[in-house]
Design a protein around this ligand. Structure first.
Ligand code: G6P
Length: 368
């Protein structure tokens, strides 16, 4: 159906796909949230409770934005299920001859399901007896066929090269997986309910952020002319910063670096000055004070700050602020991502770039 693939009145597929996110994450959650027992139903995993309880570690692999959403996923699993979890680029994983452990749950992430590095990593894992599940958007794709089970995103076709709706749907799928792993272990019914209720609030909150599109477009016009931008965040904010920098690089060609906020002083602070502004991810969580201290350090070096968070700080600490709705702290990264997508989109438009087909990039890299 060709109508399915047109821009639906939007100027670019990218803006259409950003705008669809309230619906696409709703589809990812659909039929999977249990209001009564505060659990997630993930039948596609093909795993009983005993097996689910047995994993001692979770290892997540993917490329590009899929890898960054995997970092969000690793944090969700550690926080909600208290299982050690980490993410790694699929290519690095496969080239370094990894130790494949029978008590580890491997998770391969791919929007297209066709990325060669991710597919080859899955094949290597299976060759060595690893248990691999997929978080995939494209139904029946090569990776979906190769894994032992998984979670389909149901986000619909993503056309624009830069990933947006698949990124948020993957993060939501990880919240479901973390809830599922948590509730067969030690996550209490009360905490399960807190997460289920938080997930339900996300689509409406994304609408609220999308309604700020014009203000974000103005900010994008103001910051886009800088040759380089720094993105910083701590813990939950760090993968958000990485994905924000990636989006900006991919579609506006503005150089961007992402650093954990605490690492600034160990090197990149030398770059900070009026010509290199910082986008700071500052959620209202237990690290708020630490993050505000970082803003002070940037400002003291003459650096401009665009803060994304839940409330405006002292005017001395930020030049501009994008305020977004608050959810449960574990789910904040999903919402913090949205303004950065819009910022990159409007920066690319302001600079006259080919938004949906950036130079040198392909939607899915099916070769080595
Ligand atoms: C390409 C795209 C990226 C994407 C990555 C992984 O490099 O340009 O936007 O994140 O592949 O794609 P996948 O389909 O595996 O999620």
């Amino acid at each position: 159906d060709a109508g399915h693939y047109d821009t639906g009145g939007y100027e670019h597929y990218l803006l259409k796909e950003i705008s669809e996110q309230p619906e696409t994450i709703t589809r990812t959650m659909s039929g999977r949230l249990d209001e009564r027992f505060h659990v997630a139903h993930l039948g596609g995993l093909n795993m009983d409770a005993r097996e689910t309880r047995g994993f001692r570690q979770v290892k997540i692999i993917g490329c590009g934005s899929a890898y960054y959403s995997g970092q969000i996923g690793a944090q969700l699993i550690e926080e909600l299920a208290r299982i050690p979890a980490d993410a790694e680029p699929a290519s690095e994983f496969r080239y370094r001859n990894p130790v494949v452990d029978p008590d580890t749950l491997y998770v391969a992430i791919s929007q297209s399901g066709e990325t060669y590095d991710t597919l080859a990593a899955v094949q290597e894992l299976k060759r060595k007896g690893g248990r691999v599940i997929g978080i995939v958007n494209a139904v029946g794709s090569a990776i979906a066929r190769e894994v032992d089970g998984g979670i389909y995103l149901h986000a619909g076709p993503e056309v624009s090269v830069a990933s947006t709706k698949a990124f948020t749907s993957t993060s939501v799928a990880f919240a479901l997986l973390a809830l599922h792993l948590g509730r067969v272990r030690d996550l209490s019914p009360a905490d399960g309910r807190r997460i289920v209720d938080g997930l339900r609030r996300l689509p409406g909150q994304i609408e609220q952020i999308l309604a700020q599109g014009e203000e974000i477009a103005e900010l994008a016009k103001k910051y886009a002319p800088h040759p380089s931008m720094m993105f910083v965040g701590r813990v939950r904010g760090y993968p958000v910063a990485r994905e924000g920098a990636q989006k900006l690089k991919e579609i506006s060609y503005v150089h961007a670096e992402a650093y954990p906020a605490s690492e600034l002083k160990h090197g990149p602070l030398a770059l900070i000055g009026p010509e290199m502004p910082t986008v700071a991810i500052v959620p209202d969580d237990e690290l708020l004070d630490k993050n505000l201290t970082t803003l002070g350090e940037i400002r003291a070096r003459g650096g401009r700050v665009l803060m994304v968070g839940h409330r405006a700080p002292d005017a001395k600490l930020a030049d501009d602020v994008i305020v977004i709705p608050k959810n449960e702290i574990e789910l904040d990264p999903i919402l913090l991502t949205i303004p950065l997508q819009l910022l990159a989109y409007y920066a690319a438009v302001a600079l006259g770039r080919d938004v949906d087909k950036p130079r040198n990039l392909a939607k899915s890299v099916t070769v080595e």
